[in-house]
Design a protein around this ligand. Structure first.
Ligand code: GLN
Length: 533
């Protein structure tokens, strides 16, 4: 059996060049040629995982089936590849140091001085190789977070240097840089790329392929110049021009022959063309919608589009599945008030109340659920969004005026949403929520059954609070039913209002499981309901 090949993706000049999308696009193309591929993200910060980070810092926290709280790039990997990732696909500096320090305390290095090189770099290398070995992948793409030259990135770049040396032709390095256009000079400039490659060379890494982000088409002269100054052949200089959608990038990379160049360099056959038909069909639908709807995304991190990345992408998948362009309007929940909510929400054909933590903006979310319920606007509440719909129903239909979630008011007399039993004694914040995949039983003759068309589904979770079953009978009598629940714990997973056209709240996060090839049925069905409004 041929050995696993390792591809390292580094970035230079600036952050946010889209290393994640380039990695995912390359992986998509290799997968479409029949290779078994995975992608790993190495993050150079000291948090053990991004679970404790505010979304303003790094955007959304993505959750895997095995309950890892990870970088949002893993969401892109899953959406592009349609295969699940796991804890092993995201490693932070914090996790690396923690492993090394734990080993030191156990005495594994007894007698030795523990150092960044070789101990930290060895741990990085071990984690990179582990991903490939576990499931016998043909190709592992490892994306190094940050920018070369950052102090934080140095041990990773050093690990790449060592691995390239050890693995020889079973590995290659791709460096993503920027070619800025100076409008005053009317010129594309290659100097930042030259400097960035020089920086990489100083660390002993010669990139094999350069991917150049640019707003304008690169001329042959520019490509030649970059090739000459950076020691790569001209066909290894790949243009990555701004695209109208990230889902276009695999096709652009195919045109630029990124996949063929990679395969040739890794001595892998290129004779089989990638099977991109389903991908192209999706893109066609995405670009040629037959109708349009406006849906409101009610959340408190709306200033940062990345904070709700998986939700916005899920709407893109679901929109295409419905031949419909979803205009997603973000509305700050803290700006929705008793006085303005009718006005603010009146043009929406559907309302999604986002997940979240803490009390900021909670009243606006509850008002949005009220508006959707009273005006029979299709509604999808996710996690905290579902909990808000429950609180709203308790207050305004069951007339429990002080009903609340005990997350918001610890002393409420009517905690219709309450802390889970097993969470009561949990004090540590990192990785301690109810995380990852759990099964959900779906009742017959419900909206949930109509959506899933089966009695069981498995969805991903990230929460500490749950529907308080002491109130369930009262809710069901008044018209809000539990249509999905976990059979082991009886935890309510889905609520709905059968009287309304489409009013569903889910304790789990369907957005983590929507992919281009498998758009999530809840989003697809929700969008469909908004179209026929
Ligand atoms: N804060 C709520 C809980 O912990 C909801 C979490 C979420 O929306 N992900 O249960």
């Amino acid at each position: 059996m041929p050995s696993t090949k390792y591809i390292f993706v580094t970035g230079g000049v600036t952050s946010s060049l889209g290393k994640g999308i380039i990695s995912a696009s390359l992986a998509k193309l290799l997968q479409a040629r029949g290779y078994h591929v995975t992608i790993q993200k190495l993050d150079p910060y000291l948090n053990i995982d991004p679970g404790t980070l505010n979304p303003y810092e790094h955007g959304e926290c993505f959750v895997t089936d095995d309950g890892a709280e990870t970088d949002l790039d893993l969401g892109h990997y899953e959406r592009f590849l349609n295969t699940p990732t796991s804890q092993a696909n995201n490693v932070t500096t914090g996790r690396i140091y923690q492993a090394v320090i734990n080993k030191e305390r156990k005495g594994d290095y007894l007698g030795k001085t523990v150092q960044i090189i070789p101990h930290i770099t060895d741990e990085i290398k071990r984690r990179i190789k582990l991903v490939g070995q576990k499931k016998k992948f043909d190709v592992v793409i490892t994306e190094i977070g940050g920018t070369v030259g950052d102090i934080e990135s140095f041990p990773y770049v050093e690990a790449v240097r060592q691995l390239k040396w050890e693995l020889g032709s079973d590995s290659l390095a791709i460096h993503l840089t920027l070619v800025p256009y100076l409008s005053a000079a009317k010129e594309l400039k290659t100097k930042p790329t030259q400097h960035s490659v020089k920086m990489l060379l100083e660390s002993g890494v010669q990139p094999d392929i350069l991917v150049l982000r640019t707003e304008k088409k690169l001329t042959l002269d520019i490509k030649k110049k970059v090739a000459l100054f950076c020691n790569v052949n001209i066909n290894s200089v790949i243009e990555s021009i701004d695209a109208s959608t990230i889902y276009e990038v695999p096709l652009l990379m195919y045109k630029e022959k990124l996949d063929a160049t990679v395969l040739t360099k890794l001595n892998l056959p290129t004779n089989k063309d990638p099977e991109l038909k389903p991908w192209k069909e999706f893109l066609y639908k995405l670009k040629n919608p037959k109708t349009e709807v406006t849906i409101g995304l009610i959340g408190k991190y709306i200033e940062l589009p990345d904070a709700y990345k998986s939700i916005t992408e899920s709407f893109i998948h679901a929109g295409a599945a419905n031949n419909c362009k979803v205009n997603l309007i973000s509305i700050h929940s803290a700006k929705i008030t008793e006085e303005n909510y009718n006005e603010k929400l009146k043009n929406l054909k559907g309302i999604l109340v986002a997940p979240g933590f803490g009390h900021r903006g909670i009243d606006g979310k509850i008002l949005a659920a009220k508006y959707a319920r009273e005006n029979d606007i299709p509604f999808l509440g996710i996690c905290l969004g579902m909990q808000c719909a429950v609180v709203e129903f308790a207050r305004n239909v069951l007339n429990l005026e002080d009903a609340n979630s005990s997350e918001i008011d610890r002393r409420t007399a009517n905690p219709v949403i309450d802390i889970m039993e097993e969470q009561k004694d949990v004090l540590e914040k990192g990785g301690t929520m109810r995380l990852g995949a759990y099964s959900c039983q779906i009742k017959n003759n419900t909206k949930a059954f109509e959506v899933y068309n089966k009695n069981e589904t498995v969805e991903r979770h990230r929460h500490r609070y749950e529907f308080n079953n002491n109130y369930l009978a009262e809710f069901e009598k008044a018209g809000m039913i539990a249509s999905g629940f976990n059979s082991e714990t009886n935890l309510v997973e889905i609520i709905e209002i059968p009287k309304n056209k489409w009013f569903v709240g889910v304790q789990f996060h369907p957005e983590y499981k929507s992919t281009v090839i498998n758009p999530h049925p809840l989003f697809v069905n929700f969008v469909k309901a908004t179209i026929s409004e």
